[in-house]
Design a protein around this ligand. Structure first.
Ligand code: V47
Ligand code: SF4
Length: 396
């Protein structure tokens, strides 16, 4: 390990021996160092009283214990079937833009297959399908789409639909969660992304996204998916009107579910962006708050193997920084196939990085770039198997 910011247990022990450190923070820190689970009260206390440096050191310690200096990424592209949505979440830039500028889209089955065919011969491993909740794009429509994608390219992992989209689809089709999930699985759906979780606290949820799937429904859909052998991700929309206690409560509900199913692959904190939505008056969080949030996620979610910083949303440089605050995954190449964050004012207006740029980004902070598949099976270790030197030089 060459990274100068890297903390090991010795350096944390050194911090813990500092007499000026708050004794309760010290006690909780020791628990974490001994791999003991912290309670929600302890999590909240640490969040409120731990310094950024201390939280970062603890998070980095856990990150390196679980994943060494690896940074995972994959080669993927997105399909956003539509930005029309029956719901009206206040933080979402999709619905606002439609009302203001009539900038809506609705892709046909063939248009989506054209996107898939564009990647023929390209070594992408995953298609990520998420969009607005459209009344006409129903369960059969999507089962047919997935079947055709698999028929065209059986090796492509289909990661599709937030629990919010699924709750609506199943309700309209009058099927239970198990029946709906089984249909999608039979069609070829391999896993689920983590969107739609927002903040589970019912009071905050009612203020930011009153009309969509409830927290209990979100959790029930993921639990059912896991039981049917469909793994998923989990997210948390942070940095708006919620506080630290709401974030700890959110993560605690996920930690409890993960204890039961072990079906979550990764946790993705999503920073609220205030561009062009009904919450544009809410100030965005600072990078210091972002780093604390990622670090606390790594510390609290002891049964999650991975913490992901979604680089199109948080930005490339911030994603690099976060690799020292618990993050071990920066998502994928994306290839400018997602619009939702650009519309909400994210750093990356045309998010695309080729594999070489992603690898360089990770090497620049002395970490180990590992291309993975969706389920974190390593495909290529770029330290053991680097790009050829002359090509690398040309690129630099
Ligand atoms: O649920 C919407 C978020 C999510 C805004 O699982 C916003 O690998 C910030 O979940 N500011 C959908 N966030 C995207 C998502 C996702 C993204 C990348 C990878 C994965 C994965 C999942 O986007 C929504 C919502 O929480 N969102 N508007 C906004 N203004
Ligand atoms: Fe619709 Fe999702 Fe936007 Fe909410 S966040 S309005 S469910 S697209």
């Amino acid at each position: 390990m060459t990274n100068e910011l890297t903390a090991n247990s010795d350096s944390i022990q050194f911090i813990l021996n500092d007499d000026s450190l708050n004794s309760e923070v010290k006690r909780i820190g020791k628990k974490i160092l001994n791999s003991e689970r912290i309670t929600t009260d302890e999590g909240l206390y640490l969040y409120e009283n731990g310094s950024l440096g201390f939280l970062g050191s603890l998070a980095n310690f856990i990150r390196e214990k679980k994943n060494g200096d690896a940074v995972f990424f994959n080669r993927n592209f997105h399909i956003e079937p539509t930005n029309k949505c029956v719901f009206a979440c206040n933080f979402c830039s999709y619905s606002r833009l439609i009302q203001q500028e009539n900038e809506s889209w609705e892709l046909s089955h063939e248009q989506m297959m054209d996107i898939v065919r564009k990647y023929d011969g390209d070594p992408v491993t995953e298609v990520h399908i998420v969009g607005g909740v459209h009344p006409k794009m129903n369960l059969d429509f999507f089962c047919n789409l997935i079947r055709e994608i698999k028929k065209h390219r059986s090796d492509l992992h289909v990661k599709a639909f937030t629990a919010v989209e699924l709750e609506y689809m199943f309700r309209k089709a009058k099927v239970s969660i198990v029946e709906g999930m089984q249909k999608l699985k039979d069609a070829g759906m391999d896993s689920m992304p983590g969107g739609g979780a927002e903040i589970f606290d019912e009071e905050i949820r009612s203020k930011i996204c009153n009309d969509k799937a409830s927290s209990d429904e979100w959790l029930a859909i993921h639990e059912t998916a896991h039981k049917l052998g469909i793994p998923s991700n989990a997210t948390m929309l942070y940095g708006h009107i919620e506080n630290y206690a709401h974030r700890i409560d959110h993560m605690n509900r996920l930690r409890e579910l993960q204890d039961r199913t072990n079906g979550f692959n990764t946790f993705i904190p999503l920073k609220f962006r205030n561009g062009d939505n009904e919450m544009s008056n809410v100030k965005e969080s600072t990078i210091v708050e972002d780093m604390k949030c990622y670090a606390m996620s790594r510390i609290f979610l002891d049964n999650f193997n991975h913490i992901k910083a979604y680089w199109p949303m948080i930005g490339r440089t911030n994603a690099q920084l976060l690799l020292n605050f618990g993050v071990d995954d920066i998502d994928g190449t994306i290839d400018d196939t997602t619009k939702i964050y650009a519309m909400a004012g994210a750093e990356e207006q045309n998010p695309t990085m080729n594999t070489r740029e992603l690898v360089d980004l990770i090497l620049a902070v002395n970490r180990r770039p590992i291309e993975r598949d969706t389920l974190y099976k390593p495909i290529r270790d770029f330290i053991l198997n680097p790009f050829e030197k002359e090509k690398m030089k040309k690129h630099i």
